[in-house]
Design a protein around this ligand. Structure first.
Ligand SMILES: C[S@@+](CC[C@H](N)C(=O)[O-])C[C@H]1O[C@@H](n2cnc3c(N)ncnc32)[C@H](O)[C@@H]1O
Length: 969
């Protein structure tokens, strides 16, 4: 039948390309924060000026002695301003501290003054402020500024409580606690910023230091532009702000200016810097992030690593889908290209060195114990002209340690041969490192008066919080490790040029390299980029880590990392009223318009519920399907704060921890209008869906898993079913074992999937799922994560099977099995997002909207083979033992209130009703995508896809009905 064929094939094709949200448990780019230029845009320029003018008003001496605006001066001036703003008790007024002298000599003052130095640095190197890196020699003349022509290699396929809502808290929350209502200070005590891109819908504000300087002291340009921008709406918006909540515990915050409906877009910006994750560098275009399109695939049926992405002939690392894309990326890639290339040369050199060392050692041991143990030269001498690296090397911090993640040391392993041909593995810089380096290079170009196309329209990273002084020692040590690698990466090109001659010659003069004296100082190279001290470098790393966003595609798949300073001023809540999304993917329009077909202003702040004027805008930095403990430790570790939102306080109270605030029952606010937002939980009865256990009597009720942890709670009957009061038959130790089991499986299956073993990954999941779905609702955190991964495995496996050979019935049948199973698993995922009247994700949350859209696609894909879903209560397949029973879906659907109505009959829906189910799913996903990705965007790329699918489906159905009536007559 035409309908079935079309849908089956078309859907499967787009299933393969993107579409499932995957949240690795510790995805760096997923602060997730949570978790997006065309320089010719005049508005972009004016916004850039907002920062640029402020910094450029402070001119200083360049390293060479000439008076010009240097990158160093702008760093220093901005840092001084920032520190003064952040520290109301600062003794150093920014107007005086803005002199470069002061900053360089450690005049920063910090609240608390607890400045424990990072482990690799000695206390002497890091006193209470910036430590200048001793200059040993002047920077090489124009070594980093020379242009290089753009070239491209053609490469072949493989070369290349309820939530406790936002209601008013009873009692007095601690001053400054997020969610607390504190009257805003008078307007003269605030620094206000109005974002020109916000369509007058978002305002950024920060308290000024008491008795401190006024905005005008910082920069006339900045303050006048602020008041200019504000003049139209100031009286209205500010009076609203005054009467509303102010939860920022210091620092910047954002507030809505006018009333917003769910789905309103509050801010639309282009990220100042955005890069593809290192793991995707070979698989995606570095400018538009497109995978190689099917039309360019060289081998039919192969997965997306095939295709004709063209490799940059300079660095041989980044790839592009077209010359247009490469050209667009060039301003940002230019310095990076040199650095990557130089790193490869250095890597080759180091490999040679290493071989030489090994040989020497062997010779030494063979020939004489009398022989000196010292080798002719050491790796240390190669690095030792940098204070940071030397210190780290001395303390063993710098090592070529294997790392399975970008986060640990900021370096990724490329397990292919290096482009230079050596067999050992080349470690590419992580996405974060490349992003930060791009930002620093762009910054230094602006500082030296260069025209900068690479940098977008945002404010300044230096104004954002760093928390260097607040990190736990082990965290700071990790950041220091990143700083060390960043320093090496930043200076690779300059150093290579100094030692090898022009990088483009590609000839390493090993003799020169062996002489430490001739090696180019890392300190010099960093100073040329405007970084004067190890502390400054470390600050930048900390700032980036605290303020960057995960770059995702329109289906929330992680693509990389990005930064925009305005967006970074938005604070966190585990029950956010807004979200930062990339409705059309993470990149501006591609040369071919294949992948990103939307607006260039690609990073958007969207209201998830109704927002009153002056209400603080809050996004989530974490995956809110995580438990309280996981969210808490992640926020503490990465962002240095304890979240005091109502959800966290309620969860804490449930755990019976000391210091918990009593739960504040809030009245349903405007947030729950139109069904969006959260309903307030009944404190006494609230069970966190993330920790719930099914009632052993299958009444559909839940038992609070958190209550099991305390014997007192168990004795007091807190661990009983909330419906029938049955006792739990699961103990706390059962839960701990199941949690561990699920987490281990998640890790193993994730690894298998990454290595291309989707079927093996699914088999791993299939082993544990039967027990887990029987014992826990799908919202139980470890199960929820596993279910999301299981759907991905099944889609990947099914798509691969289908692409192998459609003539082999066994392949097709296996593929059908995969999609059938994926439908059931995804039903559980959707149920998990919505379970209880206090769902993990509120209606319209991007993650929930995408989960429904995914299910809709899967149901559409089933139309080819409707007979596959039998009507048995349990669906076991001979193929790897399908573990997920229909009963689990039914149980999950029955448990919920009307939020799950869409799924209530899904598991037993007769075949003829399946089209109706698909229609319902498409309709609901469109409604929710419109909220999560912006109504004016029509739900972004995913929303447009769903609309097209719905329209086509209705056309097909009409055609089918017509054909039927004709054949009857
Ligand atoms: C991306 S910044 C947000 C803007 C920040 N207020 C500023 O001034 O730069 C993240 C930092 O803001 C603070 N923050 C964000 N949300 C918070 C909350 N709910 N409670 C306490 N601090 C919060 C933390 O210090 C966190 O590291």
């Amino acid at each position: 039948m035409r309908f079935r064929l079309r849908y089956g094939l078309r859907t499967v094709t787009f299933l393969r390309s993107t579409f499932i949200t995957r949240h690795p448990p510790f995805d760096f780019s997923s602060p997730l924060r949570p978790h997006n230029g065309d320089s010719s845009d005049s508005r972009g320029k004016s916004k850039a000026n907002g920062t640029g003018e402020r910094s450029s008003s402070n001119s200083t001496r360049s390293p060479s002695g000439s008076t010009r605006m240097s990158a160093a001066s702008s760093f220093a001036a901005l840092k001084a301003q920032r520190d003064a703003r952040r520290n109301p008790f600062s003794l150093a007024a920014p107007s005086t501290a803005s002199s470069t002298e002061d900053v360089q000599h450690g005049e920063h003052t910090f609240v608390g003054g607890d400045m424990s130095p990072p482990a690799p640095f000695s206390a002497a190197e890091l006193p209470s402020g910036a430590v200048p890196i001793p200059s040993s020699r002047p920077p090489p003349a124009a070594s980093t500024a020379t242009g290089t022509s753009i070239g491209m290699d053609e490469v072949g396929a493989f070369e290349s409580p309820t939530m406790p809502g936002m209601g008013e808290a009873k009692g007095k929350p601690p001053p400054g606690a997020a969610g607390s209502r504190v009257r805003l200070p008078d307007i003269q005590d605030l620094e206000l910023r109005f974002d020109t891109y916000s369509s007058e819908r978002a305002l950024f504000y920060a308290p000024l230091p008491k008795n401190g300087p006024r905005p005008s002291d910082f920069s006339t340009a900045a303050s006048s532009s602020a008041s200019r921008s504000l003049s139209g709406s100031l009286s209205y918006s500010y009076s609203q702000l005054l009467s509303s909540s102010y939860s920022a515990p210091g620092g910047w915050a954002a507030a809505g200016i006018s009333s917003c409906r769910p789905g309103d877009v509050l801010l639309r910006v282009r990220p100042e810097v955005a890069v593809l994750s290192t793991a995707l560098l070979e698989k995606r275009c570095s400018a538009c992030y497109s995978p190689p399109g099917p039309e360019t695939s060289t081998t039919p049926g192969t997965t997306s690593s095939a295709g004709r992405l063209q490799r940059c002939s300079g660095c041989k690392v980044t790839r592009y889908c077209s010359a247009a894309c490469q050209k667009r990326d060039w301003p940002a890639h230019r310095d990076e290209c040199k650095a990557l290339k130089a790193m490869q040369q250095l890597h080759t050199f180091r490999s040679a060195l290493h071989q030489q060392q090994k040989l020497d050692q062997r010779l030494a041991s063979r020939h004489a114990k009398t022989q000196s143990a010292s080798t002719p030269f050491g790796v240390g001498s190669f690095q030792d002209n940098d204070q940071v690296v030397a210190a780290a090397t001395a303390t063993g911090q710098y090592q070529e340690a294997e790392s399975d993640g970008e986060d640990e040391d900021g370096m990724n392993e490329d397990d292919k041969k290096t482009p230079t041909g050596s067999n050992d593995r080349m470690r590419l810089p992580s996405a974060m490192m490349r992003a930060l380096a791009r930002w620093i290079w762009a910054r230094s170009r602006i500082g030296t008066g260069g025209k900068d196309k690479a940098r977008g329209d945002g404010r300044d990273l230096l104004e954002l919080c760093s928390h260097r002084e607040r990190f736990a020692p082990e965290q700071l040590q990790q950041q220091a490790q990143l700083a060390i690698h960043l320093a090496q990466y930043l200076t690779a090109a300059a150093r290579a040029a100094a030692t090898f001659g022009p990088v483009s010659r590609g000839e390493a003069n090993l003799d020169d390299m062996m002489q430490p004296d001739t090696a180019f100082s890392q300190g010099d190279a960093l100073r040329a980029l405007g970084i004067d001290s190890a502390t400054e470098l470390l600050d930048l790393v900390c700032q980036f880590s605290c303020n960057s966003f995960a770059l995702t595609d329109s289906d929330l798949n992680a693509l990389g990392v990005c930064l925009h300073a305005s967006m970074a001023m938005i604070n966190h809540a585990c029950t956010p009223n807004a979200a930062v999304v990339f409705p059309f993917g993470g990149a501006a329009k591609s040369g071919q318009q294949r992948w990103n077909d939307g607006d260039d202003k690609i990073m958007q702040l969207v209201a998830l519920r109704a927002i009153e004027p002056g209400e603080e805008l809050l996004i989530s930095y974490v995956d809110i399907s995580d438990t309280y403990q996981d969210r808490r430790s992640y926020l503490k570790k990465r962002y240095c704060f304890d979240c005091r939102c109502e959800l966290c306080r309620t969860s804490q109270a449930n755990l019976g921890q000391s210091g918990a605030q009593p739960f504040a029952s809030s009245t349903p606010s405007s947030s729950s209008q139109q069904g969006f937002g959260m309903h307030p939980p009944q404190a006494a009865k609230w069970i966190d869906p993330r920790r719930a256990i099914w009632c052993p009597h299958r009444c559909g009720g839940w038992i609070d898993g958190a209550a099991l942890e305390s014997q007192a709670n168990v004795t007091a009957g807190a661990a009983r079913c909330n419906k029938c009061q049955s006792m739990s038959n699961v103990t706390a130790s059962d839960v701990a074992t199941d949690t561990q089991h699920a987490k281990d499986t998640l890790r193993q299956a994730s690894r298998l999937l990454d290595q291309g073993g989707a079927e093996a990954a699914w088999t791993q999941c299939a082993r544990v799922l039967p027990l887990l779905v029987d014992r826990y609702p799908p919202s139980w955190q470890p199960l929820f994560h596993l279910l999301r991964l299981a759907t991905m495995c099944l889609i990947e496996a099914g798509s691969t099977l289908l692409s192998l050979s459609s003539s082999q019935t066994s392949n097709t049948e296996a593929a059908i099995y995969c999609f059938d199973e994926a439908v059931r698993i995804q039903m559980l995922v959707v149920a998990g997002t919505q379970a209880s009247n206090t769902p993990i994700y509120s209606k319209g949350s991007p993650a929930r909207a995408i989960a429904i859209a995914t299910l809709a696609k899967l149901v559409l894909a089933q139309f080819d083979h409707p007979h596959r879903l039998d009507q048995q209560g349990l669906q076991f397949s001979t193929h790897s033992g399908a573990p997920v029973c229909r009963a689990a879906v039914e149980q999950a659907a029955a448990q919920g209130s009307n939020t799950l109505s869409i799924l209530r009959d899904a598991a037993n829906v007769p075949e003829e009703m399946r089209v109706e189910l698909a229609r319902q799913l498409l309709t609901q996903s469109i409604e929710e995508l419109d909220v999560g990705f912006g109504r004016s965007n029509q739900g972004g790329r995913a929303g447009l896809e769903m609309r097209t699918a719905l329209q086509e489906m209705e056309e097909e159905m009409a055609l089918l009905a017509q054909t039927r009536s004709m054949s009857v007559s």
